[in-house]
Write a protein of this length. Structure first.
Length: 145
């Protein structure tokens, strides 16, 4: 099953200037920018922070709803998407942190770091964790809306 970690956002002109962005499916993510380009960059960051926060609170990620008129797609940054995928796959696996560490040739401390939403983890280690969790990383490049 593929998870793009992409949600639809509402981009509206801010009465004080610039643009404000909100996510109907992720109300914790609110941001803005002086122009559309800046607002989109900030939206990806705000979305990633909100989703990582949701997982840190041990809540499931919201399911993205279908596109509605006037909404624009926003995807989290690739490193954040991989981190979210690792954490979700681990939670679904029922595997212990020590077992994850053992299977990737690391200790439980390293497994805890990999599963910490706010701890930066390199691509090779996230790919290794996903592989032992039965997942594969596939890169996709899409046009911006």
């Amino acid at each position: 099953m593929s998870k793009p970690y992409r949600y639809f956002a509402r981009m509206e002109a801010d009465p004080e200037g610039g643009f404000q962005i909100t996510f109907p499916d992720v109300p914790e993510a609110i941001t803005g920018g002086a122009n559309e380009a800046e607002a989109r960059v900030n939206a990806a960051e705000a979305l990633g922070l909100a989703l990582r926060g949701i997982l840190a609170m041990d809540r499931p990620l919201p399911k993205p709803s279908a596109k509605e008129k006037g909404l624009v797609p926003v995807a989290v940054e690739p490193d954040t998407a991989l981190k979210l995928a690792v954490i979700e796959a681990f939670k679904a696996s029922g595997m212990s942190k020590s077992e994850l560490g053992r299977r990737i040739g690391r200790g439980e401390t390293e497994a805890r770091r990999i599963l910490d939403p706010d701890h930066p983890t390199g691509l090779p280690l996230m790919k290794a964790a996903l592989a032992v969790l039965g997942k594969q990383v596939v890169v996709s490049v899409m046009d911006m809306a």
